[in-house]
Design a protein around this ligand. Structure first.
Ligand SMILES: *Cc1c(COP(=O)(O)O)cnc(C)c1O
Length: 388
């Protein structure tokens, strides 16, 4: 008998959505204003305030935000951007679509974040930028990364898809680099269905990125000629169609108000897992570093077949048979044939990320989960390892 009945399959990463979100979406529908409008502006302002950031621009995904940020760095063909092999493919694809060449630097095996020492080994005279990912919600070593940027005159775009609540020595993740990019995809800590946000520090960057995100259209370019009546737009570069809708922002506004409260619940679940799984032959997440805030986005355990007698993939199937949904974050980037073929990457070059990618399992961590759901997950993990 599985720990849960079949009808109650526990979906990995299902979001908590409150009545406030539902009413706000209905309000948008009744008002007739569905597209980019006042609610997007309010969500941007709320996000910038929460993150104590200079400027914020909302887009339709984090992938779009990453792409625009890299385009705004004016990268040229042959320019190199160093990123982590333990990330979602979007981080690497954004570099490719911005016309640059991605370069991988391996992760620290304990923090699972990109290692500044490994980055240093990969810096060449073509390196222009680094794109770190605050993995699972744990801040990267920002002193190390900022130091490298200063030493080698590099730009930084932070992939903060896991890092809405993350801080490092009091400062918010996403405010260290030229740009910080966030995701509001359904499994993330704040959701809008699909959605993303870019933070930046300079007025000229926010202006450029907003123009780039909406076809390259600028209303300001026309203002130079006239003040009166209808405002024409002028296309000032070949942009993209990446704007967020009010329908999406309507959800995000209320999700954001609740983000510190849901983090408390995430911490509770995290602590329950730490307590109840520590006797098992699994590697649990490293403790939070001092003077940082961990966003508790993903609780990842490593299943090492030598220790457990079960392969990671067999463990995933057994959890599924117990009606518990799990995730894999991530099979490392060089495992995917496209990148290996195009860039000639070898698995031996980033051994830590490859090993983690083959052993990692993410357990459910949504604030929507009840205590009894968490008990089911814990029981299922024990059963799947034959430890009960
Ligand atoms: C989710 C995620 C993205 C992409 O976010 P979207 O909003 O779905 O485009 C990028 N990077 C990382 C690390 C992610 O987890």
């Amino acid at each position: 008998m599985p720990v849960r009945e079949k009808e109650r399959f526990l979906v990995f990463g299902s979001p908590y959505v409150g009545e406030e979100e539902i009413e706000e979406v209905v309000d948008s529908l009744r008002s007739g204003w569905l597209g980019t409008g006042p609610k997007v502006a309010a969500f941007e302002a709320g996000f910038a305030a929460y993150k104590e950031a200079g400027f914020a621009a909302a887009f339709n995904s984090c992938t779009a935000a990453l792409h625009l940020s890299l385009v705004a760095l004016n990268l040229q063909p042959g320019d190199e951007v160093i990123t982590t092999p333990l990330t979602f493919c979007a981080s690497v694809n954004a570099i490719i679509h911005a016309g640059a060449t991605p370069v991988l630097a391996d992760v620290n095996p304990h923090t699972m974040n990109i290692d500044p020492d490994r980055i240093r080994e990969k810096i060449t005279d073509r390196t222009r930028a680094i794109l770190p990912v605050h993995f699972a919600g744990r801040s990267c070593d920002m002193d190390g990364l900022v130091g490298l940027c200063q030493e080698f005159d590099l730009r930084m775009v932070e992939d903060c898809a896991h890092a809405i609540e993350t801080r490092y020595k009091g400062r918010h993740a996403g405010t260290f680099g030229e740009f910080g990019c966030f995701s509001f995809y359904v499994t993330k800590n704040v959701v809008t269905g699909e959605g993303g946000m870019t933070l930046c520090r300079r007025q000229e960057d926010i202006e450029r990125i907003k123009v780039l995100g909406l076809h390259g259209m600028s209303a300001d370019a026309w203002k130079r000629f006239t003040d009166a009546g209808y405002k024409h737009y002028m296309v000032v570069e070949a942009g993209y169609k990446y704007n967020m809708m009010d329908l999406q922002a309507a959800i995000g506004i209320h999700q954001l108000k609740r983000v510190e409260e849901t983090l408390v619940r995430r911490r509770e679940i995290w602590a329950r897992y730490d307590e109840t799984l520590s006797d098992l032959p699994l590697t649990l997440p490293a403790p939070e570093e001092p003077d940082t805030v961990h966003a508790r986005h993903l609780y990842t355990v490593l299943v090492d077949q030598e220790e457990t007698g079960v392969t990671r993939d067999e463990f995933l199937s057994r959890m599924h048979a117990q009606n518990i949904g799990t995730g894999v974050h991530y099979l490392s980037i060089p495992e995917h044939p496209y990148y290996r073929e195009r860039f000639g990457w070898k698995l031996e070059e980033t051994p830590e990320a490859v090993r983690i990618g083959r052993q990692t399992v993410s357990l459910p961590l949504s604030p929507r989960l009840k205590d009894s759901d968490i008990d089911d997950v814990i029981e299922a993990v024990h059963l799947c390892l034959d430890q009960h």
